[in-house]
Design a protein around this ligand. Structure first.
Ligand code: HEM
Length: 287
């Protein structure tokens, strides 16, 4: 090697290993990472709009002393004199706002790296909020009644049980410092908590694509499409896709990573249609 080139090479300061690592990854790994980042960007945007709607509509109604406005959206909303269930629903709405923002913060890698203590504290708040949302939701569905029919009530109850299970396991593995298992259960928890958001995005996307309600009765809010959608978004699809993603991430076969990246890109584009539809038809008009 030419001496001056050797000297120049020695003089170059070592690259930041955290920045350099992704650049050294094989193409398939990088493509998979980029599609996951694309998925997260669309989900984060959609969930920020959802959180803005919760604060803008329910927050404004509640703080302005008009909880009866909740009933513009919910058939089983505010009931004059029913202090217990009004309280449960009020807390549910407040925690819905917190948990939607909290989940996004927990998933930001830069924040986890630079502020680990913040990640631990928001993680504790997130897990407790998730448990309260699930228990409060179950109380409302089976104690007071909720929109939708029996199969949808079963599906959202399954979602609540999954939230409680994932929250307990994410917490346990974090305390035991089993980071890889903690990460897996925390991701599952995030997806289960996002189930209600997926439901709204899936429903509105379906209505826009079909130019109207197909496969269900909009008056009674029941029908085969809603049953399939509920089980799909509250449990099967997000958890199934995550499992495939985690396997592809650790697979030695580039083909598995490229295939997963393709599936994730298609799902993200479908999700983007749903986010745009839910924003235009459901959230923005109520702000
Ligand atoms: C954990 C994440 C959850 C979030 C972010 C969330 C968010 C919300 C929001 C924003 C509403 C108001 C309706 C709207 O404007 O769209 C609502 C209502 C409601 N939620 Fe949740 N929720 C979650 C979980 C659950 C679970 C797991 C259950 C049941 C097991 C549940 C049961 C209910 C019920 C019964 C209502 C009243 C509306 C109705 O009549 O159906 N929620 N939730």
């Amino acid at each position: 090697m030419n001496a001056s080139v050797g000297a120049a090479a020695v003089a170059v300061p070592p690259r930041n290993p955290t920045l350099a690592a992704p650049l050294r990854q094989p193409l398939a790994q990088r493509v998979l990472r980029m599609t996951a980042a694309f998925w997260f960007a669309v989900a984060a945007l959609g969930q920020l709009i959802f959180a803005t709607y919760i604060a803008g509509f329910y927050g404004r109604a509640t703080l302005g002393g008009h909880p009866e406005w909740w009933n513009q959206v919910m058939p089983h909303g505010y009931v004059a004199g029913d202090r217990f269930f009004n309280g449960v629903l009020g807390l549910h709405l407040a925690f819905a706002f917190l948990i939607t923002l909290g989940g996004l913060l927990q998933l930001l890698p830069a924040l986890r790296r630079t502020l680990p203590a913040f990640h631990r504290w928001t993680g504790r708040v997130y897990v407790v909020s998730a448990a309260l949302m699930a228990i409060g939701g179950l109380t409302m569905v089976w104690g007071r009644g909720a929109v939708g029919d029996f199969p949808q009530h079963l599906a959202i109850s399954l979602n609540a049980v999954l939230i409680l299970t994932c929250a307990a396991l994410a917490w346990r593995h974090a305390r035991a410092r089993r980071h890889d298992r903690h990460r897996r259960w925390a991701l599952r928890l995030f997806l289960c908590v996002s189930g209600v958001w997926f439901f709204r995005v899936g429903l509105m996307g379906w209505i826009v694509i079909n130019q109207g309600p197909v496969g269900f009765d909009p008056e009674r809010f029941s029908g085969p499409f809603l049953t399939v959608l509920a089980f799909a978004v509250y449990a099967i699809v997000p958890l199934g896709v995550l499992e495939l993603y985690l396997r592809a991430q650790h697979s030695r076969r580039d083909g598995a990573k490229f295939a997963m990246a393709g599936v994730l890109t298609a799902l993200t584009l479908a999700m983007a249609v749903g986010v745009a539809s839910a924003t235009a038809l459901m959230w923005l008009p109520r702000l």
